[in-house]
Design a protein. Structure first.
Length: 371
């Protein structure tokens, strides 16, 4: 009998398992992969606060800034707080730390289902072609956006945006973001420097061919890896008594950027702090909703606004130009709502000027709809 079985060995699962093992819990961790961190689904672009969890040794790049490309023109942003970390290295490091703390890791182990039996939770998983069973007091789903633990709970999943990423032999020092709802229907495209290489990617349900358009600008660039993943967009769900969700399985990522590392760490910490409480789920929910979960909720609300208004490119482009200095000062990939509020304040000041851009956008949208 285990105290905890964690499903998933990404950042959320391994970090939580390590914390639990250090606090005396007997932990079994299951992951369907044969190697930790492979394949990687994340660019590794984060705020430098993540170094608290990763360590300086995993920093690949410190971008000088970001260029945002829109149909109306480009916007240059400077932010010294961005870093790019080695995401495969992070997964391996957190996993090793969990194992050193006492976690038992079982790779090539695909979670199938759970059943409540005799005041315990029976977990069934497939390993090397055989069905195996382990019993636990607590089950933790850290198995990503399409969580099988969540599915077994009967909890409906969030919207899942597919992504495709290319690793290319291209040295750069600047992040690039493409916003264009005519070509990228429901998210954005990016290029992120990663030391001696760069990642070009896109997320969205109808636009996965866009990276090929970007790569056509570099006909001699070597593509040495192609991969993909899913980004969950929706409201956070934390589980039920005895069976809890963390990380992407809980939708602990920002709907504005897709970033989920800080949410993975925060949800793991909140759950760990709640395990010895009389009502673990209530404690976990309170910590989440009063802490980082509040920012996740705000980001989801902001995402809805962006989805409805991003096509107003004249308005957005000129608002960003007026707000450039403020964005450079307060911009944060983990807390984009702070910059959003600053932009709103600037918009109120420049409202008479911005009104003409809004009208121009409406005319363009009307003409486009008639085509």
């Amino acid at each position: 009998m285990y105290d905890i079985i964690t499903v998933g060995a990404g950042p959320a699962g391994s970090y939580f398992s390590g914390l639990a093992s250090k606090n005396g819990f007997k932990v079994l961790q299951l992951d369907f992969k044969s190697e930790i961190g492979i394949p990687n689904h994340c660019s590794g672009l984060v705020n430098e606060r993540i170094i608290k969890y990763s360590g300086d040794d995993l920093v690949l790049e410190k971008p000088e800034g970001a260029t945002i490309f829109t149909p109306q023109g480009s916007i240059e942003l400077k932010n010294r707080n961005m870093v790019v970390i080695d995401r495969i290295g992070l997964d391996k490091k957190l996993s090793n730390e969990a194992i050193e703390s006492g976690t038992i890791l079982s790779l090539n182990s695909r979670f199938i289902e759970f059943k409540r039996e005799n005041n315990a939770i029976a977990v069934y998983y497939q390993r090397k072609g055989k069905i195996e069973k382990a019993s636990t007091k607590i089950l933790v789903g850290a198995d990503g956006p399409a969580s099988n633990v969540k599915r077994n709970l009967g909890i409906s999943g969030p919207l899942l945006l597919p992504s495709i990423q290319f690793d290319i032999k291209k040295r750069d020092s600047n992040v690039k973001i493409w916003l264009n709802r005519k070509k990228i229907k429901d998210f954005f495209a990016w290029e992120v420097p990663q030391g001696q290489s760069s990642e070009v990617g896109i997320s969205g349900r109808y636009s996965l061919d866009f990276p090929y358009d970007l790569l056509s600008n570099y006909p001699k660039i070597e593509i040495f890896r192609k991969r993909g993943g899913l980004i969950p967009i929706g409201k956070s769900t934390l589980g039920v008594p005895g069976i809890y969700l963390i990380g992407d399985a809980a939708v602990a990522n920002k709907a504005t950027t897709g970033g989920g590392l800080l949410g993975a760490f925060k949800s793991a910490e909140y759950l760990m702090s709640s395990l010895n409480k009389t009502d673990t789920l209530t404690s976990y929910r309170k910590l989440w909703e009063s802490g980082f979960g509040r920012d996740i909720r705000n980001a989801y609300f902001l995402r809805k606004i962006i989805d409805k208004t991003e096509i107003l490119y004249n308005l957005w482009y000129n608002t960003f130009k007026f707000s450039n200095k403020v964005i450079n000062k307060v911009g944060d990939v983990d807390y984009p709502e702070i910059a959003a509020m600053a932009i709103l304040d600037i918009s109120i000041i420049y409202a008479p000027i911005l009104l003409k851009y809004f009208i121009s956008d409406l005319v363009q949208i009307h003409n486009y709809s008639k085509q």
